[in-house]
Structure formats: C-alpha cells, structure tokens
Design a protein around this ligand. Structure first.
Ligand code: NAP
Length: 327
C-alpha cells in the first residue's frame, strides 16, 4: 500500500517519507479500512517532532483520525460490516499504524459508521476535534440552562465545543482573537463573543451573567487564562481544560480556587473513559445523519504533500481542519 511514515523525530520535510509498505491485515476483533481521508491534528505533529511520546523505536505511520470503507473484518467482527463507510479515531495511539496510508487495521470499535450524506474529509475530522469537545462539554453532566465560557471558540476543538454546548441547551460565551474567528463563533451560535486580546473578558462575562458568573469554563489555554477563569466561575463550577501550550507549568492560586469549591478537569481525548468515547461517537454519527453540525475543512493536501500539511498545523492560524486526501 502507499503510505507516509517517519522513522525518527524531526522536522516534517526531513523525516516524513512517502512510499510503499506492506498492507496490514485485520486481526481478531479488527477491521481493515481502505482510507480516503486522514486529518492532521496538533498531537500528530507533536508526536512526529518528538515532543509527545509516540513509540520507542521503529517506523510510525502518523495520524489518529481518518475515514474510509471497511474492506475486511477479523475474527469476531460481523462480516455485515464489510463495505460500511466509517470514520476512525485513535488509529495511531500507542500503535504503529496511523491513517496516513491507503489502509489501516484497527479495533472494530474505533471504526464508527459514517452516514452517506457526509464526505470522507469531514469524517476524518471527527476523532480529535469533535470528540475532545464532546468530552469537555458533557464530562460533568448536562449543560441545559447553564452558562458556559468557551475560550478559543473558533479553534478546531472550540468550534465543536460551542456546537455541543448549544445543542445541549447552554448559553455560551465564546472568546476569540480576531474578527474572522468572531464571525465563526457567532455563526456556530455563541450568545456573546469577546475578543480575548482586547476585551476585559472577566468583566464582560460577569455583566452578561448579571454578576452570577458561569458554571463551566472550557479552556484552550489553562495557564494563561486561569486568573480570568477563577474570576468568572461560580461556586462549585468546573474549569475544563484540554491544553496549556503557552504556559505548560501554570501557578495555581489555591485559596481563591478553594473558596469557590471549584473543580478542575483535564481532558485527554485518547484517555477518555470508553463509555464516554462510545457516547461521543454515537452523538457524532447521529448529528452527522441529521446534518446539524457545521464543519470546516480548511486545507486539503495529497499524501505526497503530507509534510506541507504538518507544517501548516505547526505554523498555526488555520481556521479549521487540515485533511490529507488519499486517492
Ligand atoms: N487534550 C486533548 O485531548 C486535546 C485534543 C485536541 C487538541 N488539544 C490541544 O489543544 C490545543 C488547540 O488545538 P486545536 O486543534 O483546537 O487548535 P486551533 O484550531 O489552532 O485552535 C486554537 C485556538 O486557541 C485560541 N487561543 C489562543 N490563545 C488563546 C487565549 N489566550 N485565550 C483564548 N483562546 C486562545 C485561538 O484563537 P484565535 O485564532 O481566534 O486567536 C485558536 O482558535 C493544542 O495545543 C492541541 O494540542 C488537546
């Protein structure tokens, strides 16, 4: 099969190779998927660069998420699944075979039905962005009637977090860093959009909630935003965070946090409880069927141009998902 892989960590253009590798077979409990799209997320490029653990040694076909058609099934998997369109997640999590290839064999439960109305490129964007967002919104119970502050509301994860929170009946305050992101955040349903570079987010959020504050914060930059999060959170509220890239070792003001009896939840999409993964997958597929999620495939690359796709994610500022199309 045609595939992309790296054998050592380093810059995308230096370590990513494209060529022929043996086609995997579906083992017990696995499906073999012919992939047509693979998406690039920050964790994929961090693994390739050696900033996050990938595998100790040997080659790795990168990317967790993809979409395609089941071509074969292993022992214990219903043969009715052959020819099913699927989106897949966690392909390259503690495994060598990711989705930047014509084929991947992976556990059957990681291949989720992709409705006919949804193209493969969108299917390839469900795993990390939409599942992380789902976990952030629902890990601490229903959000109906609650007010939620979602920072980075137009980011790949933030965009779906806004949509899950609105779908769940929350009022949503979204923060963004520029006008393009603001327009997107309004379009996905934010009730109030603030610019984190310009606005006094804490003051505006308190005004918006008539001084009550928000019951949840869903945050993309935990360390930078912690002071604001503590100011706006209500007693017993939850700060949910999935990244702290710019302040990886934040200092926490213990007593202001304790006096609010608040909780902090860290989310790692790969480590979500299996039950939460199943629930997210079911919700995603049912929302795809109903066509009531908005998606953004911002850039598309061929497999031969995979290094460019990685560089685009690394450079940042992409308004949406980056997909590698596999002919
Ligand atoms: N823990 C997990 O399971 C998990 C899963 C997925 C991603 N992540 C991590 O989450 C981070 C974001 O991933 P992504 O794919 O969503 O990236 P993305 O599409 O680039 O989104 C990042 C967003 O963060 C916003 N932002 C930057 N600084 C901010 C600040 N100080 N306050 C509020 N918003 C700020 C940006 O807003 P503007 O562009 O509007 O300025 C941008 O929209 C990455 O570090 C990634 O590795 C973690």
């Amino acid at each position: 099969m045609k595939a992309a892989w790296f054998e050592e960590y380093g810059a995308a253009a230096e370590v990513l190779q494209v060529g022929e590798r043996g086609t995997p077979t579906a083992g017990d409990g696995e499906v073999l998927v012919r992939l047509y799209a693979s998406s690039v997320n920050p964790s994929d490029v961090k693994k390739r660069a050696g900033l996050q653990p990938a595998l100790d040694k040997g080659w790795v076909i990168p990317h967790s998420d993809g979409a395609g058609v089941i071509e074969a099934v292993g022992n214990g998997v219903d043969s009715e699944r052959i020819a099913e369109r699927v989106w897949v997640y966690q392909a390259q999590y503690q495994r060598r075979f990711g989705t930047a290839a014509e084929y991947v064999a992976l556990p059957a439960e990681r291949a989720i039905h992709l409705p006919d109305n949804t193209d493969f490129a969108i299917g390839a964007c469900m795993g990390i962005p939409a599942m992380t967002a789902h976990r952030c919104v629902y890990a601490d119970g229903p959000v109906a009637g609650e007010t939620v502050l979602i920072t980075g509301a137009a980011g790949r994860v933030g965009d779906y977090a806004v949509q899950w929170a609105k779908d769940g009946g929350a009022n949503v305050i979204g923060t963004v860093g520029n006008e393009t992101s603001a327009a997107r955040a309004r379009d996905t349903g934010c009730d109030l959009v603030l610019n984190y570079r310009v606005d006094n987010v804490a003051e505006r959020a308190m005004d918006f909630t008539s001084g009550q504050g928000v019951s949840r914060v869903i945050d993309v930059e935990f360390g930078l935003n912690i002071a604001t999060s503590i100011r706006v959170i209500r007693p017993n509220g939850v700060i949910v965070s999935y990244a702290s890239a710019q302040a990886p070792q934040p200092q926490l003001p213990f007593y202001p946090m304790m006096f609010k009896d608040l909780s902090v939840r860290m989310v790692l999409v790969y480590a979500m409880p299996e039950q939460a993964k199943r629930r997210a997958a079911e919700d995603i597929t049912s929302h795809l069927k109903q066509q009531n999620l908005k998606h953004r495939v911002a850039e598309r690359y061929s497999l031969d141009a995979i290094a460019k796709a990685h560089e685009s994610i690394e450079n940042g500022g992409v308004a949406g998902c980056v997909v590698v199309e596999i002919a």
